[in-house]
Write a protein that binds this ligand. Structure first.
Ligand code: NCD
Length: 327
């Protein structure tokens, strides 16, 4: 995995050989899931890894925390709420400070889309995007792809429907950048307010838009459900929410009606009774828990790749300078 990005913000930052390398490394890590001590090489030499989450998270943050521990690294849970960020310090200054304290890598979640782009080419510290606003959630998409492969799905030529609020979903955006690279056709389905514009989608190969969930299910090989991202609608009318379960919600009954007993994925958190029914989550068609399980191995692989293969020339160097170096 040559030239892995120091700031891994988006699926677009990776080439196909990076992604293939991550899939293979995640598979290797999964093989040692019951014996981390048995990892054949010291994959990384006790680096220090911090998470900084400015938005809520159950899955992503804990998955990174567990993956960090499995790698034998030291974990710092940087509490953004009680940090100097709250005193007006910039994110850049905060990251420089963490780097000066010896932190090697920081996983960042925030509500500002594209916030991490500013650090590309001049990273104060190695960074992995844990989800930025509506923009990208690349580690989620990669673990989803890994899970599809783990459950022995042939992706090339298959149709994957992303049903829900793709327009406001960072997971949806990362999936759109990733899955077509593996030959998947994508249908984006949901109320018009939740779909990206056809113009926006014209840049994407193999993507079609639909507002008809039943037709979408009939044409699909896998369903990927997204919740309505109400918190990102900034006061806009979400009138369709009331009838969403009936219009777009997926249940075992709805799958049976179309004789489509196919895998259903969800990144969580799910709004049970809205986009998905409890009975579907308890059924063999639901793979949400496999996604969570596999997240550990994929995130171990991503952190390993960033630590080992990303450029080591970070913003600040500590080369033992003294006052005699001043001009
Ligand atoms: C998602 C997120 O935070 O973007 N959850 C996750 O990380 N597993 C999806 C969501 O909030 O809808």
């Amino acid at each position: 995995m040559q030239n892995f990005p120091s700031v891994f913000e988006s699926i677009k930052d990776l080439n196909k050989s990076h992604i293939d390398g991550l899939l293979s490394l995640a598979g290797k890590f999964k093989g040692y899931a019951h014996d981390w001590q048995g990892l054949p090489i010291p994959f990384i030499k006790r680096p220090i890894i911090a998470t900084s989450f400015l938005e809520n998270s159950t899955r992503t943050k804990h998955s990174f925390a567990i993956a960090i521990k499995n790698l034998g690294a030291t974990y710092i849970d940087f509490n953004a709420d009680t940090s100097s960020l709250k005193k007006g310090e910039s994110l850049e200054e905060t990251l420089r400070t963490l780097h000066s304290q010896g932190v090697d890598l920081c996983i960042i979640r925030g509500n500002i889309s594209n916030e991490l782009s500013q650090f590309k080419g001049r990273a104060p510290i190695k960074i992995i995007n844990g989800g930025d606003g509506t923009h990208q959630h690349p580690t989620q998409a990669l673990l989803d792809l890994f899970t599809m492969i783990q459950i022995k799905m042939e992706i090339s030529g298959k149709t994957i429907a992303i049903i829900g609020d793709t327009a406001h979903s960072r997971v949806g955006h990362s999936l759109l950048d990733l899955l077509p690279q593996y030959g998947a056709k994508i249908i984006l389905c949901g109320p018009p307010e939740c779909l990206p514009s056809a113009e926006e989608m014209s840049a994407y190969p193999n993507v079609t838009l639909s507002t008809d969930v039943d037709e979408t299910i009939k044409q699909s090989d896998l369903l990927y459900l997204l919740r309505i991202q109400k918190e990102r609608h900034s006061g806009k009318n979400v009138g369709y929410y009331e009838t969403y379960p009936e219009d777009y919600g997926v249940s075992v009954e709805r799958l049976r009606k179309h004789n489509k007993l196919i895998p259903v994925f969800h990144p969580g958190p799910a709004n049970v009774g809205v986009e998905i029914t409890r009975d579907l989550m308890d059924s063999p068609f639901y793979f949400g828990y496999e996604q969570v399980h596999n997240s550990i191995f994929m995130r171990m692989a991503i952190m390993q790749a960033v630590l080992q293969n990303a450029d080591k020339n970070l913003g600040i160097q500590f080369a033992g300078r003294t006052i005699h170096d001043l001009i």
